[in-house]
Design a protein around this ligand. Structure first.
Ligand SMILES: [Zn+2]
Ligand SMILES: [Zn+2]
Length: 421
């Protein structure tokens, strides 16, 4: 039996790397005042078909579906739609004050697996709701910058764009449609469909033929209404004030068509072909796709697997090694009668303890294990020590050895470990 294609088991050194990233990123979220939200892995298919859009690759081809009795469920392919469903369900948007949330969740998409793209992948996300100001957009972008800073990643570029609003988007679309109409036959099948429903996304197609066909497309930021222009200018001002270096790039439209006004992408040279290291945007109208009164919101998603690749490429993982405090070596069955309960007592007292239950091994073998695990102390109990009612505690670094009374072994070991830490 093997794990499902595109899905990985995580253990050993790999899990230590993940845990390090997780702890660093969560610390930044907390510093910025974002509280965690966890939504279920399974959602009704409508959560995504209504928001991400029926005509997208994600909904059309990539979702894992589960049919259970009359319910059509899918494994979450992205974070924002489920988040918005949760906000509406619990009326979180009724709070007058803006609210900040983060998530760290597994996502599922049936795509062709390759480096940095798995079928089960993991994303951090931030969502800031009830605030339509450009300052909120700037904060979310600065938050992503702070995460990279915390992880000591400096090799990235920030690209921002404005996709307009319900006022000016139609004009934008019309300009684009006029431009694309004579080029329609050169577009891929998917883009021909997009042409009708989401023409902006044609600009985002990764196929060479489509890229060529849309070269020289009109500058859509020229079509922004006054409010969108002011919003975008203010965002740039705030980013400058926050010391965020960015590029204003009209080609940033993002893969999802629910964004309005601000859209942004982070790319990194550390990632090779899969250069996207995170991105997001404003989605003020998303709730209306559920037939609800919309609320302002802005957010981003950041792929965990991409972070791991970036940090590995940079060689930036810190030395991650949990070294046990104590190794217990029982030389015989009678000594084991003492060391087994002692090991449980030490572990329960917060001492990281290793023990081998192989009571028939010689001391040399135990010392080798203790060295391999880089334990600070080796506690030795053999038949001779038992007769003398003592226990030996060896400091592995100093290569010194102390003898303690067996009946107060726990207290003495605790004292030794404490003085070492
Ligand atoms: Zn506008
Ligand atoms: Zn295309």
């Amino acid at each position: 039996m093997k794990a499902v294609r595109g899905m990985h088991d995580l253990f050993g050194v790999e899990i230590a790397k993940w845990q390090w990233i997780e702890s660093q990123v969560k610390q930044v979220f907390e510093n910025f005042g974002y509280q965690e939200i966890r939504t279920p892995v399974l959602e009704s298919v409508e959560v995504f078909s209504k928001t991400v859009g029926d005509e997208t690759d994600i909904v059309e081809k990539q979702m894992y579906s589960v049919q259970k009795e009359s319910e059509s469920l899918v494994l979450r392919p992205e974070g924002t739609a489920g988040f918005v469903r949760a906000v509406l369900e619990h009326q979180l948007h009724r709070d007058a004050l803006h609210q900040r949330f983060f998530y760290y969740l597994p996502m599922f998409r049936h795509e062709r697996p390759q480096k940095g793209r798995l079928r089960q992948f993991h994303q951090f996300g931030a969502e800031l709701i009830n605030d339509d100001s450009p300052e909120a957009d700037a904060e979310v972008i600065a938050l992503l910058v702070a995460i990279y800073k915390k992880l000591r990643i400096t090799e990235y570029e920030v690209r921002i764009n404005s996709l307009g609003c319900t006022e000016c988007r139609p004009g934008m679309k019309k300009q684009l449609l006029d431009f694309l109409q004579p080029r329609l036959e050169h577009l891929c099948e998917l883009c021909k469909k997009r042409f009708e429903r989401a023409p902006l996304r044609v600009l985002d197609c990764k196929r060479e033929t489509c890229k060529t066909a849309v070269a020289g497309s009109p500058q859509l930021n020229q079509c922004l209404c006054d409010q969108c222009k002011t919003h975008h200018d203010q965002l740039k001002k705030r980013l400058n004030e926050a010391d965020v270096t960015f590029i204003d790039d009209p080609s940033i439209v993002r893969g999802l068509d629910y964004y309005s006004r601000t859209a942004f992408e982070f790319t990194s040279s550390l990632l090779g072909a899969q250069s996207a290291l995170g991105g997001g945007g404003r989605y003020d109208q998303l709730a209306s796709r559920f037939g609800e009164k919309p609320f302002p919101a802005v957010g981003f998603a950041l792929g965990m697997e991409r972070l791991v690749i970036a940090l590995e490429a940079k060689g930036a993982f810190p030395e991650i090694k949990a070294t046990p405090d104590v190794y217990l070596a029982a030389l015989g069955n009678l000594p084991m009668d003492h060391l087994f309960p002692l090991s449980i007592q030490l572990k329960s007292s917060g001492v990281q303890t290793e023990i081998s239950y192989a009571a028939d091994k010689p001391l040399k073998w135990h010392l080798k294990q203790s060295n391999r695990l880089q334990c600070k102390f080796t506690v030795i109990l053999g038949e001779d020590e038992l007769k003398k009612k003592v226990i030996l505690v060896k400091n592995m670094a100093a290569q010194t050895q102390v003898e303690f009374p067996l009946d107060s072994a726990r207290t003495h070991i605790l004292k030794q470990v404490k003085s070492e830490n």
